[in-house]
Design a protein around this ligand. Structure first.
Ligand code: DPP
Ligand code: ZN
Length: 880
């Protein structure tokens, strides 16, 4: 395949106004009849040939305006339909294709999940159903007739509203006709057929539209969809209230399927979900699962405006809908739960998923300008960093201008396929501000590094902050222009009192910056001086994580402790504790590498104690006492990484905390025991989170007393949150108890695939040399299948991304294993295979021996002929 370049974009030569589909479902020979109403695009090249995309299609016939086409004018291959001299006025094309959903293991296009038929068309799956202009800037009105054997598919769902249904006498077959009045690109097309259970509800929009809501699941699982339904109604109300966006059809359906490449898909009026993000009951789902369901339900619903009503001109603009919609779902979750705790969780995700991507060979712009395979750009950079850019924009221009800009965007671009430039122009206009420099965030990859030197002059009563920004080269970008970095900040005294800000001298912050508490770093260096500062202050910088940068922190330990104790910005209280922990751990890694035993700073453990003793906000406390993960530390170290030393250092600190805070952790654990009936709300979840974090640390320092407690919790738990937390502790300690507990867990939950996924994850992430053999043997387990993305991600994905020591085993066995799986999976599901291969993305930061082994494994993959474009692209960029 040839790379696709943004610079080569030009409008389609033809447009398709209407699409009429007649789809006769059959397990191995589905017939798709497509009637297209086309016309030349006034913006296209007159007289150009019409080239429709196909992927592995079998055409039965093609008619132009109802007649056969002279064979000299039509070229048909499985991947293309080309009409040499199409009419230069409106015309009709009728095409029939035959497809085999059962053989479709790639899960793109029409496929089977269990006994259901379902579709996934984003990004380029529609061309696996019929020949089409498969590009997001071709918007059409769809009418879809679906026909199936009634015994095989009682439920028939499509986009939009159902306008007709009926049975076909004497055949045992029936049909439904769906009409979607909103013009949409074909990637938003969907249909579902099957025997499905469902729950129903209603939502009345603020203008009085009565919307019928339905969630369809595997029969028998209906009650597990009630939380998703509740989340959907809250999402609909929230989008009206916060963004003024109302739902626009009479029906909104969600279908949960168990085989799905992504998390979910925002097809117009018919969202199709990975069942992991729909199904929840206290006995099967953890609090984290509930929070994720709420977020993903909201995300897909919010796409109705940011993605569907306004879509993307081309796939380079993916962040236009994804970054913005992630931002919107983050805000929703923050409003539904604790804003501070959500922010911490979102930043943890950004740092663990996106920062490594930005620091390695797969780094790319939030708005890429070239791709080989678009499936490989559904990344943390497009999604998570994309969301951070929106948040930053809001910090820069303020809430009011931000919402004015959003309203302008909706008003101006509704019904169109837009670009990032058009989006930013709305905010520039609303804020009356030039956003050219801000836009660089979309066009330059890499995570900027900001260093701050702070100097207090007692005599002059001034505080000087010297900021410097830099950004390392990334693929294709050796040098960078300075970013516009908003740094939210405050100054506090050592007793925690806030210090009023007064600018002065030639290096002052502007009135506006002081009023907003945001310094704008727009140049490589900037000095800011504050006057009349009576005592030495502690700067609290990058409050709320106001920009996606790495902040070099030269604060003293004492200052960090002041921030942990007193900062009014919760995020920075947490951050100060993390910074302190990271500093301790990085030092300890060096000590471990030199063969000595690390010793930890008492003051740090004392600080944790003081946080633990505050009885407010357990969810926040749980975040503070949870140390940075092994991958976080590897990222901080950045080069010559030794995963074993990191593991050793972290284990030793956890042990030291467990020993040092033994009575306190136990007391926290006992005090948070609850007899209340289960509720998935954030407060109850926060109590469980702290209780389990306390037990975990207690066990790390005192296994002989802790493990019996964990076992007791495991045996008596009434929620999956408590059960899996206990099992996770038991699993981390080798011995017969572990195996017994794992067996018991399997026996109880064998019939629940999503619960067994948790069982796979726990085993795949055991940091012991025997784990690879365990993973290989679990691949033979009846519950595992390489054909199911959730199973594959839980066992193989968790091993590759969640088990730092074993994936990076010094003998290269983990790398070899993953390379082998990727090659095997590539012929089944290239999209998931490529995703797994991306686990190698940080290989160059490893110590030299592991680097060599990882490189060899990547080369082994890259050298195979007949690779999918997905895997080939990741392999080559990783090596590049
Ligand atoms: N379904 C994926 C998402 O919502 C891709 N659009 O992010
Ligand atoms: Zn999305």
């Amino acid at each position: 395949p040839q790379p696709v370049r943004l610079a080569d974009y030009r409008p389609s030569d033809y447009l398709i106004d209407r699409v009429e589909l007649d789809i006769k479902l059959h397990a191995t020979a589905t017939r798709v009849q497509s009637k297209l109403s086309l016309r030349p695009n006034p913006k296209g090249v007159p007289g150009a040939p019409l080239i429709l995309d196909g992927d592995d299609l079998k055409a039965k016939y093609v008619l132009l305006n109802g007649a056969q086409i002279d064979s000299s004018g039509l070229f048909l291959t499985p991947d293309q339909l080309r009409l040499e001299t199409p009419p230069q006025e409106p015309f009709h094309l009728e095409i029939e294709t035959e497809i085999d959903p059962t053989a479709n293991t790639r899960l793109m296009g029409l496929y089977r999940s269990g006994t259901a038929y379902c579709t996934q068309c984003e990004a380029e799956g529609f061309r696996r159903i019929t020949y089409f202009l498969d590009r997001p800037d071709v918007l059409s009105v769809y009418t879809t007739r679906i026909e199936a054997d009634f015994r095989e598919a009682q439920v028939l769902l499509g986009n939009g509203n159902r306008i007709e249904s009926g049975t076909i006498e004497g055949t045992g077959r029936h049909f439904a006709i769906w009409h979607d009045p909103f013009p949409k690109p074909c990637y938003l097309f969907a249909l579902v057929g099957g025997i499905l259970g469902s729950i129903h509800d209603r939502f009345v929009t603020r203008s009085g539209r009565d919307v019928a809501l339905g969630i369809y699941v595997e029969p028998g699982k209906e009650t597990s969809a009630t939380y998703a339904m509740d989340a959907l109604k809250r999402s609909m109300a929230w989008d009206e209230e916060v963004f003024g966006r109302e739902y626009d059809l009479d029906v909104f359906n969600i279908v949960a399927v168990s085989d799905f490449n992504m998390g979910a898909m925002e097809n117009k009026g018919l969202n199709v979900f990975n069942d992991k993000y729909v199904l929840a009951s206290p006995a099967t789902a953890t609090d984290t699962d509930y929070a994720q369901i709420e977020a993903v339900i909201a995300h897909e619903y919010f796409h109705n405006w940011t993605g569907n009503r306004i879509t993307c001109r081309d796939w380079f603009q993916l962040c236009l809908k994804e970054g913005l919609t992630v931002y919107r779902d983050h805000e929703f979750s923050a409003d539904m739960r604790s804003r501070a705790v959500r922010r911490i969780a979102d930043v943890r995700t950004l740092r663990s998923q996106q920062f490594p991507e930005d620091a390695g060979p797969l780094a790319h712009n939030v708005r890429p300008d070239t791709y080989l395979e678009i499936n490989n750009f559904y990344t943390a950079t497009v999604y998570e960093k994309g969301a951070e850019l929106i948040r930053m924009l809001k910090v820069l221009i303020g809430d009011e201008a931000f919402h004015k800009g959003m309203d302008l965007y909706f008003a101006r671009h509704d019904g169109t396929a837009a670009t990032i430039e058009e989006f930013i122009a709305c905010f520039a206009e609303a804020a009356k501000r030039d956003l050219t420099q801000f836009s660089l965030w979309y066009h330059q990859s890499g995570t900027p590094h900001v260093e701050v030197e702070s100097a207090y002059d007692k005599q002059a009563q001034t505080l000087t902050l010297d900021f410097t920004q830099s950004c390392k080269p990334t693929p294709g970008q050796d040098t960078k222009q300075p970013f516009l970095i908003p740094i939210a900040f405050g100054l506090i005294a050592s007793d925690g009192a806030p210090i009023a800000l007064q600018a002065g001298g030639s290096d002052q912050a502007s009135e506006d910056e002081l009023a907003r508490g945001v310094i704008e770093l727009a140049t490589t260096r900037r000095r800011v001086v504050f006057q009349s500062v009576p005592t030495r202050p502690v700067p609290s910088l990058l409050r709320g994580f106001s920009a996606p940068v790495r902040l070099g922190n030269s604060s003293s330990e004492a200052d960090l402790l002041t921030l942990v104790a007193h900062d009014t910005d919760s995020f920075n209280r947490w951050q100060a504790a993390q910074t302190y922990a990271t500093r301790q751990l990085l030092h300890a890694v060096e000590v471990v590498r030199s063969g000595r035993k690390p010793i930890y700073d008492e003051a740090f453990i004392d600080a944790l104690l003081r946080v633990l003793e505050q009885s407010s906000d357990p969810a926040f406390i749980a975040q503070v006492i949870t140390l940075p993960g092994e991958a976080d530390l590897a990222r901080e170290i950045g080069e010559n990484v030794d995963p074993d030393a990191i593991h050793g250092a972290r284990k030793a600190l956890r042990q030291a905390i467990g020993e040092g805070l033994k009575p306190n952790l136990l007391q926290t654990y006992q005090a948070l025991t609850s007899k209340d009936p289960y509720s998935p709300d954030a407060t109850a979840a926060g109590r469980r989170a702290l209780r389990n974090a306390a037990l975990d640390l207690f066990c790390a320092g005192n296994p002989e007393e802790g493990l019996p407690l964990a076992l007791q919790q495991f045996e008596s738990a009434t929620t999956m949150t408590d059960k899996i937390a206990a099992l996770s502790i038991l699993t981390a300690h080798a011995g017969p108890e572990r195996e017994k507990a794992l067996e018991a867990f399997y026996a109880t939950h064998a019939s629940e695939a999503l619960v067994i996924d948790k069982w796979f994850i726990l085993q795949a992430t055991i940091p012991e040399p025997e784990t690879l053999a365990r993973v290989k043997s679990l691949m033979q387990h009846a519950a595992f299948s390489l054909h199911n993305p959730n199973r594959t991600r839980s066992l193989i994905g968790a091993f590759a991304t969640g088990n730092q020591t074993q994936f990076n085993a010094a003998d290269g066995s983990g790398y070899d294993f993953l390379a082998g799986i990727v090659l095997e999976l590539d012929s089944i599901n290239p999209q998931v295979a490529a995703r797994l291969l991306a686990a190698f993305r940080s290989w160059r930061s490893l110590e030299t021996k592991r680097q060599g082994l990882a490189e060899a494994a990547l080369r082994r993959v890259a050298s195979v002929s007949g690779l999918s474009p997905d895997v080939k692209d990741i392999a080559e960029r990783s090596l590049g």
